[in-house]
Write a protein that binds this ligand. Structure first.
Ligand code: NAI
Length: 308
């Protein structure tokens, strides 16, 4: 039997994620949005793309939640994106209300689902989804690290003129400008990055990664969606197919990395049970300090939530 995945928010990121998931051919997809006719239209278009691209799942668009019943995974992308000059944290109040409302409706129909949160400010919205759903930490996880890591990897591949497939990077911490690209764990074809590039050049790529989202917001007037949608789909794959991939995800830490009661990006094993393990990565002293700093920034945003 096919899996069932609900994507809430049929906007740029939600629609991209929905189609990426449908293309993998293992799950039916339900696309939910509050705009009348909008998710229905997107779903129809995606179903028709299936005959060209060769995928068969049913994609259903709806303004309600009946059709979401019994989903294995619920992806939450509902909410406002950034516009130029805004930080992700500026979205907190508006998106808290939205994420709270959609989580409540989704978990009523899918009490056993794993929730993948995408809406920003990401780390804080994970707190909202966890508080409202009352799910254990393994079943509420956020998408940010795969995207931030993809950006870092793409910049490295471009700078070295190598295939991005051979770049292994990892970006941890909160999904804000204080994220932590972990240079000590970054390799190209197995060779540590510092052996391939001068320190100053690496520092430039690290800085560009930290503001990588903002760079796109300034170009487009809104936030990115191709890479974010693909990144969310990769997490859904690992959960639905029980792949047990180790991916940078936003996870509720209970003492790991010296951080407690906070959602933040760390490497995690994703499988049928959701977050099956928080993977420990040896960090340099400098990286540990930066991770603590990033955690403090996340805590500040979480502090303004009504529901933590
Ligand atoms: P968008 O504006 O294209 O789509 C958002 C959709 O949510 C809209 O279609 C809107 O009608 C819908 N929506 C709003 N309230 C709703 C509700 N109560 N129920 C159902 N649907 C509702 O925005 P986009 O670009 O898709 O971004 C979505 C969110 O994802 C934003 O908060 C953005 O900041 C975040 N994002 C997060 C990333 C990450 O790395 N975690 C990366 C990129 C975007």
């Amino acid at each position: 039997m096919r899996k069932k995945v609900t994507v809430i928010g049929a906007g740029n990121v939600g629609a991209t994620a929905a189609q990426e998931i449908a293309r993998r051919d293992y799950a039916d997809v339900v696309l939910v949005d509050i705009i009348p006719n909008f998710p229905q239209g997107k779903a129809l278009d995606m179903n028709q793309a299936g005959s060209v691209l060769g995928y068969e799942p049913t994609i259903t668009g709806t303004n309600g939640y009946e059709e979401t019943e019994g989903s294995d995974v619920v992806v939450i992308t509902a909410g406002k994106p950034r516009s130029p000059g805004m930080s992700r944290d500026d979205l907190v109040t508006t998106n808290e209300a939205i994420v709270s409302a959609v989580t409540k409706e989704a978990v009523k129909r899918s009490p056993s689902a794993v929730i993948v949160v995408v809406s920003n400010p990401l780390d804080a919205m994970c707190h909202v989804a966890k508080a409202v759903s009352r799910f254990k930490r393994n079943r509420v996880v956020g998408m940010a690290g795969i995207l931030d890591t993809a950006r870092f990897s793409a910049f490295i591949a471009q700078a070295l003129d190598v295939s991005v497939k051979d770049v292994t990077a990892v970006v941890l911490g909160g999904h804000g400008d204080q994220m932590v690209p972990v240079v000590s764990a970054t390799t190209v074809g197995g060779i540590p990055l510092p052996e391939l590039m001068p320190k100053a050049k690496i520092a430039k790529l690290v800085e560009r990664t930290k503001v990588g989202g903002g760079e796109i917001v300034n170009l487009l007037g809104t936030s990115a969606w191709y890479a974010p949608g693909a990144a969310a789909a990769q997490m859904v794959d690992s959960i639905c197919l029980d792949e047990k991939r180790v991916l940078p995800c936003t996870v509720y830490l209970e003492g790991e990395y010296g951080i407690r009661d906070l959602y933040i990006g760390v490497p995690a094993k994703l499988g049928a049970g959701g977050v099956e393990q928080v993977v420990k990565l040896k960090l340099s002293l400098e990286e540990r300090v930066l991770l603590r700093r990033s955690a403090a920034a996340v805590r500040e945003v979480v502090g303004v939530l009504k529901k933590k």
